[in-house]
Design a protein around this ligand. Structure first.
Ligand code: MN
Length: 375
């Protein structure tokens, strides 16, 4: 008999209802908020945001195994838990996922809005909805709040509002909205201070750049575009460490979801190398970059066996597993199978840290699943 492996997920998604904007906002504002229109063939979708639009290919999967008489792709597409918290809890229990970080779906495109007032109204509407439908439903659902990022004081104000509502994490795109300074700039200091003060995790999700990630055409393009999404994770972590933002805010913790974890030891070594050999490093930091990277940057992965080794062999312990529920890149509906394969040769300590411990450090209020004692 196999023993169920309970895991917390640092990377899961909700889908906002189609009438969300219309029910929370005046019609003229609602129609400029993000919406997705899928082609009948199910291969492409068009995203409309604030008068602009772009096309994107829907994720698909080659893992077309059959589970309960359906393919994995069909199961993922039909997972009603993406929009219904009550049904979601059933999926969580049977997949063995205890608590999860819940990112929005349409909200990931909200940072493409160009108008400041619109960004404020959209973030408030999304957060009010997430509060009533996700956060209030169960402490196991860690809803990530949206911030209006076209103006830093606006972002601080919304962060403080959602902190008072009980949110524990705010979503940040992997690159700031177009026209805004990079995250390494002083512009963002008030936001880092506010997040640190409120104990709010800065939750970045990969693939949320302003530019098209399909930078390679022709042979290998699909694999290249997929791998491009990892580089943004590295860039934002490097900038937050090298600029001194994490040093100035020792209580600030970053979560970078879906971009894998084993790049952290590699990038941290590269950063140490330039610190050790270059004369023109500015600002100087009190400690080596690798220490900030290992202490304040948390990352998630779904399938990568190398992530286990990043902890077991390279001493980087801020690793969370993530289901990416219910996306086809994720582990639903075969989470238990994937977890048992991943951790087959791992020590109890490594398995506990990656499936429970690191998550609990960020979100202790979720508690532990039945039969799992906190370490
Ligand atoms: Mn994800």
């Amino acid at each position: 008999m196999t023993v169920k492996i309970w895991a917390n997920s640092g990377d899961s998604h909700f889908l906002e209802p189609e009438d969300l904007w219309a029910s929370y906002l005046p019609a003229a504002v609602a129609e400029r908020m993000p919406r997705s229109v899928k082609d009948p063939d199910g291969v492409w979708e068009t995203i409309y945001v604030d008068g602009a639009s772009f096309r994107r290919k829907m994720p698909s999967t080659a893992r077309n195994r059959w589970v309960n008489g359906k393919t994995i792709l069909e199961m993922a597409q039909q997972a009603e838990g993406i929009r219904d918290a009550r049904l979601r809890m059933i999926d969580l229990d049977n997949q063995g996922v205890w608590a999860e970080v819940c990112y929005p779906s349409l909200g990931l495109w909200q940072t493409l809005i160009k108008n400041r007032e619109l960004a404020v109204a959209g973030a408030r509407a999304l957060n009010d909805w997430a509060y009533s439908e996700i956060l209030s439903h169960s402490p196991r659902l860690v809803a990530v709040a949206e911030l209006p990022l076209l103006d830093v004081p606006d972002a601080v104000q919304e962060l403080e509002r959602v902190a008072a509502m009980g949110f524990k994490a705010v979503f940040l795109p992997i690159e700031p909205p177009e026209g805004m300074d990079g995250y390494n700039r002083e512009t963002w200091e008030p936001l880092w201070s506010a997040a640190e003060e409120a104990g709010m995790v800065a939750a970045f999700h990969i693939g949320t750049e302003n530019h098209d990630l399909a930078v390679v055409r022709g042979p290998g393009a699909r694999v290249a575009s997929f791998c491009e999404t990892s580089f943004g994770a590295m860039r934002v972590a490097i900038q937050m460490v090298a600029s001194g933002a994490l040093e100035r805010h020792p209580g600030l913790r970053m979560l970078i979801s879906e971009g894998g974890a084993s790049w952290v030891p590699f990038i941290a070594d590269r950063m140490n190398e330039v610190y050790n050999t270059e004369a023109f490093v500015s600002p100087q930091l009190a400690r080596m970059p690798k220490e900030y990277m290992y202490e304040q940057v948390y990352t998630t992965f779904q399938h990568d066996p190398s992530a286990i080794q990043a902890m077991a062999a390279m001493g980087y312990t801020n690793i969370l597993w993530g289901s990416d529920y219910p996306h086809v890149e994720g582990t639903y509906p075969v989470t238990q199978q994937i977890l048992s394969e991943l951790f087959a040769d791992a020590s109890e300590e490594v398995r506990y840290r990656i499936t429970q411990g690191a998550f609990l450090e960020l979100f202790p209020h979720v508690g532990s699943p039945p039969g799992v004692a906190a370490a």
